[in-house]
Design a protein around this ligand. Structure first.
Ligand code: FAD
Length: 547
């Protein structure tokens, strides 16, 4: 063969191989495309009042944590409960061989992808506007029925039109009812009223089989308890009945500082155990925060101006007790006397007493004020590697010695909250996982990371600090539980739930036997749970317990 013919042969061969490869790849691509497009096209057969979107769904692959980004195949924008029920039922009917999962997305303020569904369906709960907020003011205690996708800030504004308010809050109100009730909803009112899950009378839920079930302590009680703090595993909350109380117009908002952790926690525990006390009690840890008192001056007034300006932290770790007392202008004299008397029982550093007076809405919506400022600086949509822990009272000092005294060298990456709550205000029937003691502390490391940094304010460094804290808790066997927990394996979840795992798993099999719901927590995997089910030979039509 001449050089030319060899060349032509090789070239033809090459051309043929290339064309064949292109054809093959196109074929695979078409097949893959068909595979993925099959599922959305089957969704288009569902007759919904709202609509599905199959493109521009990037928002559903984002959350406040800004670390996990799983794109769904489709997003449902429901207009009615039946839109949600039909969609879940459709997935249920596809059976275990379909990998399709469904995640309810409230306001997407999770930290680690909990409201995302990789190649699944995300339900954008904020578009569910039904039922319209409905207030019940007649005989008995007032309450309001709201959609599961409603934001707490809207409930606050509407309730105030009736002179009423929910009792228990989160620090930030631009969160959805379904999102916080799936966790707990803890803030400075929880010591008295319990978390938000202790202030719900009734729920309407779409289970993992697409059934719409009304539940309460009296009706379908197992589902009711399971859904509260249930991480969205048993059903999608479409309506909640929230307990209300008369609202005050104004708030006295107070900060005082301690340098001794024992004195700080003794005062906190004294206040949460007293009958006559403040309406809100929290605490903030300040490690290496020189000049922090001066920063407060933009919103708070020092009681003793001169002494406050002379106060120096001198590198000490400080503990700020944050308090609030609600009042109406016509009882200001009594309230001032009451506050003075309550403060006189406390052992804070006298020169550090700061106080201000704001409206009830300004107080409750305080984090949103900070949000607007951070948004303006482009600092809101950064990674938030948060860590929230529930620490038993008897171990809080050991925890503080190591974590605030050794692991944390400063608290410049974001606030660190620490405050006690009374377990007696929590039902032990819900899915929330708590430490074994009557009083436990919420310790929240609310860090934000600089996405461009590889230093102390970078994501990797903050995640490694979180890990050190968790490792210490584990090694020292402190009996700490994670709040807004996140684990990679089922074994870790099993350890998290401890003795409650059996109940948690039983409920999953009863209400979402195919593990369709809330895949972002990575507790159950679709298919795997079905195997367990089949092994137990439990007929699926017996598995949902509906009274
Ligand atoms: P999403 O992130 O959308 O969803 C959270 C989980 O709930 C997901 O698993 C999702 O699938 C599920 N879910 C959502 N809607 C429903 C529904 N209708 N039915 C069933 N499951 C559903 N928490 C506190 O307890 N106290 C605080 O003080 C507090 N402060 C916060 C401040 C900020 C700035 C942020 C970002 C969060 C705060 N959180 C606090 C945490 C917050 O409560 C949770 O992250 C909550 O899940 C966020 O609500 P969301 O509506 O954005 O939920």
């Amino acid at each position: 063969m001449s050089f030319l013919s060899v060349n032509i042969f090789l070239h033809t061969n090459l051309l043929f191989t290339r064309s064949f490869m292109i054809m093959l790849l196109s074929f695979i691509a078409i097949q893959l495309n068909l595979c993925f497009s099959n599922i959305p096209s089957s969704l288009t057969t569902i007759n919904v009042n709202g609509h599905f979107s199959f493109t521009n769904n990037e928002f559903a692959a984002k959350d406040y944590g800004n670390q996990y980004h799983f794109l769904p195949l489709a997003v449902l924008h429901p207009k009615s409960v039946s839109d949600i029920a039909k969609t879940v039922r459709h997935v249920w009917e596809l059976g275990p061989s379909s990998e399709l999962t469904v995640a309810a997305r409230g306001h997407g303020h999770s930290i680690q992808g909990q409201a995302q569904a990789h190649h699944g369906i995300v339900i954008n709960m904020e578009s569910l506007k039904s039922p319209k907020m409905h207030f019940h003011l007649g005989d008995g205690l007032p309450f309001v029925d709201v959609s599961g996708g409603e934001l707490w800030i809207n409930i606050l504004h509407e309730s105030l039109k009736y002179g009423l308010t929910p009792k228990s809050w989160t620090d930030y109100l631009h969160l959805s009812v379904g999102g916080t009730l799936s966790n707990a909803g803890i803030s400075g009112q929880a010591f008295r009223h319990g978390p938000q899950i202790s202030n719900v009378h009734q729920l309407e839920v779409v289970t993992g089989k697409g059934e719409v079930v009304t539940c309460s302590e009296q009706q379908n009680a197992d589902l009711f308890s399971g859904v509260l703090g249930g991480l969205g595993q048993y059903g999608i909350i479409t309506r909640a009945r929230i307990s209300l109380e008369p609202a005050s117009q104004m708030v006295k908002w107070i900060r005082v500082v301690y340098s001794d952790f024992s004195t700080f926690t003794r005062d906190q525990e004294h206040l949460i155990s007293s009958e006559n006390t403040f309406d809100y009690i929290e605490g903030i840890v300040l490690v290496n925060r020189t000049g922090v008192l001066n920063n407060w001056r933009s919103s708070f007034n020092p009681k003793y101006d001169e002494q406050a300006s002379r106060f120096r932290s001198e590198g000490r770790t400080l503990f700020c007790l944050e308090l609030a007392k609600y009042f109406n202008p016509d009882n200001i004299v009594e309230i001032n006397e009451e506050i003075e008397s309550l403060l006189s029982e406390l052992k804070y550093i006298p020169s550090t007493l700061f106080m201000t007076e704001v409206t009830y809405v300004e107080f409750l919506d305080r984090v949103h004020t900070a949000e607007i400022k951070l948004q303006e600086k482009g600092l809101w949509d950064v990674p938030h590697p948060w860590l929230n822990l529930l620490v038993p009272r008897s171990k809080i000092h050991k925890f503080a010695d190591e974590v605030f005294g050794n692991i944390l060298v400063d608290t410049s990456n974001g606030p660190v909250l620490v405050y006690p709550v009374n377990k007696s205000k929590w039902s032990n029937m819900t899915s929330a996982v708590l430490p074994e003691e009557d009083i436990f502390y919420l310790v929240a490391f609310l860090s934000q990371a600089n996405p461009l940094s590889t230093g102390k304010d970078g994501l990797e460094h903050i995640l490694s600090l979180n890990k050190r804290i968790l490792d210490f808790c584990e090694e020292a066997q402190l009996g700490v539980k994670q709040y807004l927990a996140h684990y990679a394996t089922q074994d870790e979840w099993r350890a998290h739930f401890g003795q409650r795992w059996e109940t948690f798993q039983r409920r999953k099999m009863a209400y979402d036997p195919l593990a369709i719901l809330a895949p972002g927590h990575r507790i159950f995997q679709k298919g795997v749970i079905t195997t367990i089910l089949e092994r137990r030979k439990r007929p699926s039509n017996q598995s949902v317990v509906v009274d």
